[in-house]
Design a protein around this ligand. Structure first.
Ligand SMILES: [Zn+2]
Ligand SMILES: [Zn+2]
Length: 245
């Protein structure tokens, strides 16, 4: 089957002028998946089977709880807790005289089924596949779409997490000459962004020196938040704790 090329969401994300276009695309996918989970998915047995088994990560549980969809969410949680009960309902022998290696002992198998449960999230899984296709579509568009590289070079760059995902896809998909032509300019773009924030944060830190009192600070007001987004991806800042100011 021919893989779909996601031209529209990628172009939309570039035009949205978000801090990182891939953070923007991920946010759109997440919002869709959350709405779907407590909406149309209630009627879709395939996805219900997945939510029953996997449940959600803490981040997505927080998003789901904020949806004012108490009835559908409680039904989803009821089914999931039922499958958690099933996991706990195994006879776990306290001593194993078996010839199994340690990792295959019933105790280890019990622990590993719980680890798997803790690490799984139906929403994360739903968006992961499409998101990885966004990364490969982006690489494909660099190769095939005239003018696309210029469009990318007109933005300010990416967060480091998504830049790393791009670098990894570029290393696999591009020949040396394609890499030189299509990805080296993107590395320069990212380097300029990191260098800009390095200089902002240096100015900001220096402004605490009494010798610089009263001088204007050459850095955006939210320089710590923005530097955090550059390193870790977009996030909503928490309210400041007053006693820490
Ligand atoms: Zn990002
Ligand atoms: Zn999740």
């Amino acid at each position: 089957m021919k893989e779909k090329i996601y031209t529209i969401p990628i172009n939309e994300a570039l035009e949205a002028r978000s801090f990182c276009p891939f953070c923007y695309m991920r946010r759109m996918l997440e919002e869709d998946a959350i709405r779907y989970t407590v909406g149309p998915a209630m009627m879709e047995s395939d996805f219900r089977i997945i939510t029953n088994e996997k449940g959600f990560c803490q981040k997505h549980m927080r998003e789901l709880s904020a949806m004012s969809k108490a009835l559908p969410l409680s039904l989803v949680l009821q089914s999931h807790l039922n499958s958690v009960l099933g996991l706990l309902d195994t006879d776990v022998p306290t001593s194993s005289k078996s010839i199994f290696k340690k990792s295959a002992s019933p105790k280890a198998a019990f622990a590993s089924s719980l680890e798997k449960l803790a690490a799984s999230c139906a929403v994360c899984e739903r968006i992961e596949h499409t998101f990885s296709r966004y990364i490969s579509s982006f690489i494909y568009m660099l190769k095939k779409e005239k003018g696309f590289l210029d469009k990318v070079l007109a933005i300010d760059g990416f967060c480091m997490e998504h830049f790393s995902a791009l670098a990894s896809a570029a290393s696999k998909e591009f020949s040396d000459s394609e890499y030189q032509k299509l990805f080296v300019p993107i590395i320069a773009l990212q380097k300029a962004r990191v260098s800009k924030y390095h200089s902002y944060i240096t100015n900001f830190a220096n402004s605490f020196d009494y010798r610089n009192a009263g001088k204007p600070i050459e850095a955006p007001k939210d320089v710590i938040h923005k530097s955090g987004e550059l390193l870790n991806g977009e996030f909503v800042p928490k309210d400041k704790k007053l006693d820490d100011i």
